[in-house]
Design a protein around this ligand. Structure first.
Ligand code: G3I
Length: 330
């Protein structure tokens, strides 16, 4: 059977972040996405930086192309992301007051979610809202939205998205919640507190995205992660794995060993989640080692290319793809 036929047997949809420009220039890349994925998400394209070169402009070329590609190939598209501190264009620094920030955020979400209403079934509405060091007391990460509106921006973003597309799954997406460090456990607690507060006040929210950029050289805090997922489920929220990859800069040079360790780390992570509940989707942040954000931040000292993803640079499946297949198939 082709990979696509095998896909039909998946009980949990698998997907990947996509660089939309490459779908037309690199045939094997496009074929890999079509063969393996039931879901796609733009690695960029829906970020403010890409959509909003100036305050009065929305440039929808990339997401329009990606959603057309998804439609043609029987895939669903996730939306990433509406309110984030990162990938913000310079001009947003000039948003001066709370009223201006509220106006701009609502205008943005209304326009973007409205354009794809009923067509993008799941949105990372709020991305990476938890501070890196919540123990300092400031649990919400700084951003133009947090600075102008306080943590109320989170509720505002969710309520606006729900109004514009009541059918969409609204997700709060975050990273660094699976590691066995005090920092991680503080971040999990801060995220749970935020979720609890939103649920208590009936703010529309449906799921938590666990990004899963896993440091290859660090064990998963299995108990901590399982308990986190359990608590999330108790709040009637779903869990998704949204950006899985394994940061392999500290792993051995020899490729075979490295690929085994990468796969084992992902397995450990998925087992801890599945011990508590099935995620409603699993996405990796890219599909082939040829295109990954990892070397932008975590280049290897020995100069060898990173291998964080399910397919190698030639789009051949590695051990990590086997793990994903194992966890997503019926
Ligand atoms: O668009 C230019 C291109 O014209 C130029 O040739 C190229 C040269 O380096 O740069 C291109 O832009 C870069 C873009 O990635 C395309 O790859 C940006 O400088 C760079 O900032 C951008 O980085 C992205 C980053 O988010 C910031 O938006 C990464 O690809 C993307 O993987 C990363 O994704 C984030 C998630 O959104 C949130 N979670 C963490 C994850 C990884 O950092």
């Amino acid at each position: 059977p082709t990979a696509k036929a095998a896909d039909a047997r998946r009980s949990i949809p698998y997907g990947s972040a996509v660089r939309t420009d490459l779908l037309v220039t690199e045939f094997d890349y496009r074929a890999a996405i079509v063969d393996y994925c039931q879901l796609v998400v733009g690695e960029g394209g829906l970020k403010w930086f890409d959509l909003r070169p100036s305050q009065d402009q929305f440039v929808f070329d990339q997401p329009d192309r990606l959603i057309a590609f998804a439609d043609q190939n029987g895939m669903k598209m996730r939306g990433h992301t509406l309110a984030w501190y990162g990938a913000m264009p310079e001009w947003t620094q000039t948003i001066g007051s709370a009223a201006a920030a509220e106006r701009e955020l609502v205008h943005h979400i209304t326009t973007v979610v409205g354009r794809y209403q009923g067509r993008i079934p799941s949105w990372d509405v709020v991305n990476e809202a938890i501070a890196d060091h919540p123990e300092s007391g400031a649990t919400i990460r700084g951003s133009i939205w947090q600075e102008r509106l306080g943590k109320r921006y989170i509720e505002l973003a969710l309520r606006t998205a729900a109004e514009v597309d009541p059918s969409a799954q609204l997700v709060i997406n975050d990273y660094n919640i699976e590691n066995p460090t005090q920092q991680c456990s503080d971040r999990r607690q801060a995220l749970l507190d935020l979720l609890r507060d939103l649920k208590d006040r009936d703010v529309p929210l449906h799921a938590v995205g666990i990004q899963g950029h896993l440091p290859g050289d660090m064990d998963i805090d299995r108990d901590g992660l399982s308990k986190f997922v359990e608590t999330v489920k108790e709040m009637q929220l779903d869990v998704l794995v949204t950006e899985l990859d394994v940061i392999d800069n500290k792993l051995p040079a020899f490729e075979y060993d490295r690929d085994q360790l990468v796969a084992a780390r992902a397995r450990e992570f998925l087992e801890a989640i599945f011990d508590a509940a099935q995620p409603s989707a699993i996405l990796t942040w890219g599909i082939t080692d040829r295109y990954t954000w990892v070397p932008m931040w975590f280049k290897r000292d020995d100069g060898k290319p990173n291998r964080p993803l399910p397919l190698d640079a030639g789009c051949r499946p590695k051990a990590l793809m086997k793990v994903i297949e194992e966890f997503t198939r019926a």
